[in-house]
Design a protein around this ligand. Structure first.
Ligand SMILES: [Zn+2]
Length: 423
């Protein structure tokens, strides 16, 4: 028997659970990022949620600014006597993924999850085949959608955690060092770091609150480059083409054959890197193939790129002329190299998981996070879980206990940063 969510049960909970109430308030804003928009941020909803937050934060008497880009930045001076401790920047993003609608999110609560799957209002089923992590959440209360939109736990769970932290800090009884809290925009478009300036943030360390399942602590990401192979053909009227025409489209197809043995996303997992052709456009005259190249090590990245270069040479020698060329461009770098230079900070994070009673799962992300860029720009920045599962679509859900555990880790981190001697 699949369980169903209840709106009444959710409404009841909101009376007693401020963190959850804040989260539900924010998912009602449609902040879906728009990849086709030329504006910054890419959607108005992000500005609306940002100004809603900025007003509330102002009312708590914190120094808050919403920039033209939509980024909201809160500066919190250290408690008296803690001015010298290392400064910490906490980040969450306002936007939701463009993959699914974020309009009229209509959440409900599945109480005491029994383990046999959840039926959403429109009939979609979330079970542990689709979302294996659910097996670890039997007995939890879980927020779900009605099946027509995403939930927005990615990353409004992070936004709710950081806002709730501000409410807690406004009481003055948590002693802390200098803090900066940033609500960023268009993270889902890979653009958020374009609007963040590490020098201006001016903090010793950062943490993004933008991970998934309970306990996740992301300390490594891929190194990422993009590659473009351009193949030049020769168009000749088909009536007289024999021996003259060179069809770039066919050469492109040949090139895809030549790279069949190079590791790809569908043949790799764990710490293995890959090459992934994701776009091909062209005709007789020209064919352009776009790739992403990913590896946890820089060496691995170079090896994969060498394989692509070898394939280009092979194609050229097959055709007996230089019809193909390749170019590479940097996308982001593994944060691990930077983070490994700050073992005390990582230990401080690990201690915070322990203090919050959360079993830590140190994680290598087969992708990038904002921390990949921020770390390499000078703000060492791992990522911690929010509790959200199955993100970016209608199956997205949020075990309430995980949300609270994430909050507990973040609050413990703020306290631990203040009590550790110079890290
Ligand atoms: Zn996210």
């Amino acid at each position: 028997m699949h369980q169903k969510g209840s709106k009444n049960a959710l409404a009841q909970k909101l009376h007693e659970d401020i963190l959850l109430k804040n989260f539900i308030d924010y998912v009602r804003f449609d902040t879906k990022a728009d990849p086709d928009s030329a504006t910054v941020p890419s959607s108005k909803g992000q500005l609306k949620l940002g100004s809603f937050l900025a007003e509330k934060i102002k009312a708590l008497n914190f120094d808050v600014k919403q920039k033209d880009t939509g980024v909201v930045c809160v500066r919190i001076p250290a408690s008296a006597g803690f001015e010298k401790v290392k400064s910490l920047c906490l980040l969450a993003h306002l936007d939701t993924a463009p993959d699914a609608s974020g309009e009229n999110v209509n959440p409900s609560l599945v109480e005491n999850y029994a383990g046999s799957g959840i039926e959403l209002e429109n009939g979609l089923i979330i079970d542990d085949k689709l979302c294996p992590e659910l097996r670890n959440h039997i007995g939890d209360d879980i927020v779900v959608t009605d099946g027509t939109t995403l939930l927005g736990a990615d990353d409004k769970a992070g936004v709710a955690i950081l806002y709730t932290l501000l409410e807690r800090l406004s009481s003055g009884d948590v002693k802390h060092g200098p803090l900066t809290i940033i609500f960023s925009v268009d993270e889902e478009l890979g653009k958020s770091c374009n609007y963040l300036d590490v020098e201006e943030i001016n903090c010793d360390y950062g943490v993004t609150v933008d991970g998934c399942d309970l306990g996740e602590f992301d300390v490594a990401t891929f190194n990422a480059d993009a590659a473009v192979v351009t193949i030049k053909g020769r168009s000749v009227h088909t009536a007289v083409a024999k021996g003259k025409l060179l069809n770039a489209l066919k050469a492109g197809s040949k090139f895809i054959d030549l790279i069949a043995a190079i590791p790809s996303p569908e043949t790799t997992e764990g710490l293995e890197g890959f090459v992934h052709p994701h776009d091909i456009k062209g005709g007789v005259e020209q064919c352009v193939i776009k790739f992403i190249v990913r590896s946890f090590t820089k060496d691995g990245l170079i090896k994969l790129e060498n394989k692509l270069q070898v394939a280009v040479k092979e194609l050229n020698s097959l055709y007996g002329e230089n019809i193909a060329s390749i170019s590479f461009s940097f996308q982001y770098a593994n944060m691990e190299e930077v983070l490994s230079q700050h073992p005390k900070f990582l230990d401080c994070c690990r201690k915070s998981f322990k203090d919050a009673g959360v079993e830590i799962k140190e994680h290598f992300v087969r992708g990038g996070t904002d921390g990949s860029n921020l770390s390499n720009e000078g703000l060492p920045c791992p990522n911690i879980f929010t509790g959200g599962l199955c993100c970016h679509g209608p199956y997205e859900c949020l075990p309430v206990a995980s949300l609270h555990k994430s909050y507990a880790v973040v609050e413990a981190l703020v306290k631990n940063m203040a009590t550790l001697d110079a890290l």
